[in-house]
Write a protein that binds this ligand. Structure first.
Ligand code: 5GP
Ligand code: MN
Length: 340
């Protein structure tokens, strides 16, 4: 964050304000952790802050301290609307364009609040008066820590904030293993542990909550795995019927795509998940090295994200989506094969 930006934020926060902190649709660990951590901090320094999410977040994040204070726009529409309409400041966290907030978008567009963006996705839109965007950051939660630090607030980081931010950093770095995890990340995480985050407990809470249904769904997903060695690519599909048979709940397929990427020699992985209710196929892409799934998702599947992790969607059938995907691959053959 530039000194100019720090100054701007300090000025905006120099008097008690009504603040809404918004995350993206289908919030993940980083969205929930960063929003709650920042909100908690803002309340401690005298503001009236609330987290509003476009829709619900997965069960494996429900244990996070203060997660029950999140206003889910889908369920508490009028409360969320009121909060947004009365907000002096709106922080938007962990996304780069207002259309990532789904049905919240028109409300946010209409709002006259001062917007502050904190985000690490590529190509940020220009809607905020302060755009703190850094695509080298492993997580928005790390950026929230650095924001608190820049506002001279590290002493306010209590056990809850530490736990919230730790969870965000841990989930977005695949437990500190992706290349965006730096020495600085580890230093920040050390600070969070000293401030009360219990690392073993957080890992358990997030990762050891499998239901038998989810493990069996993983079995089905792995059974459906297709390997295209010629393109160093592997993909997984899940039909709506397969999801229904395993009582699919939000978050159940989180991380499945990583199994495809963990195969030796594979540098590009995808999972295609049919969603009959929305009439779409939701896609997650992952890669290793320089192969940009952000570009791939942006160019062909109406999505985006980061170089090595992106998402997108397709509005045709699962089968057609897969055949489109396979038809595109030859255009990327050189790129895929030059990567180790
Ligand atoms: P995931 O595959 O875990 O849903 O998402 C991976 C990354 O891509 C996340 O950083 C997420 O914000 C981004 N992403 C996922 N879906 C979309 C999408 O439909 N559009 C855009 N622009 N980004 C997405
Ligand atoms: Mn993130």
């Amino acid at each position: 964050m530039t000194t100019q930006q720090v100054k701007q934020i300090k000025t905006l926060l120099s008097q008690p304000k009504n603040i809404v902190v918004v995350g993206h649709k289908n919030p993940d660990g980083d969205a929930v952790g960063s929003c709650l951590g920042l909100c908690n901090f803002l309340n401690q320094i005298g503001h009236h802050a609330t987290v509003v999410m476009p829709n619900d977040f997965p069960e494996f994040l429900k244990w996070i301290p203060e997660a029950d204070t999140i206003v889910n726009f889908e369920k508490k529409t009028s409360k969320a609307r009121k909060l947004i309409n009365h907000a002096d400041i709106i922080f938007t966290l962990d996304f780069n364009a207002l259309n990532r907030t789904g049905d919240l978008e028109p409300l946010l567009e209409k709002s006259e609040a001062d917007f502050i963006m904190i985000d690490h996705h590529q190509k940020p839109d220009n809607y905020a008066i302060v755009t703190y965007s850094d695509i080298t950051m492993c997580s928005t939660s790390q950026m929230v820590f650095q924001t608190i630090e820049a506002l001279d607030g590290t002493k306010k980081i209590n056990k809850n904030i530490a736990t919230q931010l730790y969870t965000g950093i841990m989930t977005d770095t695949g437990s500190f293993r992706y290349p965006s995890t730096t020495a600085k990340t580890h230093r920040i995480v050390a600070n969070l542990i000293e401030a009360g985050a219990n690392s073993a407990e957080i890992h358990q809470n997030v990762y050891d909550t499998n239901t038998p249904d989810r493990i069996k769904l993983l079995g089905t997903a792995l059974n459906n795995l297709v390997i295209l060695s010629d393109y160093k690519t592997a993909y997984i599909t899940l039909t709506q019927k397969e999801l229904d048979e395993h009582n699919f709940k939000k978050g159940d397929t989180e991380g499945f795509v990583n199994y495809a990427l963990s195969i030796k020699g594979i540098i590009f992985a995808a999972i295609f998940i049919e969603n009959k209710q929305e009439g779409i196929v939701k896609i997650s892409f992952r890669s290793k090295g320089d192969f940009s799934v952000n570009e791939f998702a942006r160019n062909h599947f109406n999505g985006g994200g980061h170089t090595n992790a992106a998402g997108g969607r397709s509005e045709t059938t699962l089968q057609k989506t897969i055949s489109n995907f396979i038809a595109i691959l030859p255009n990327y053959k050189d790129d895929l094969l030059k990567n180790v």
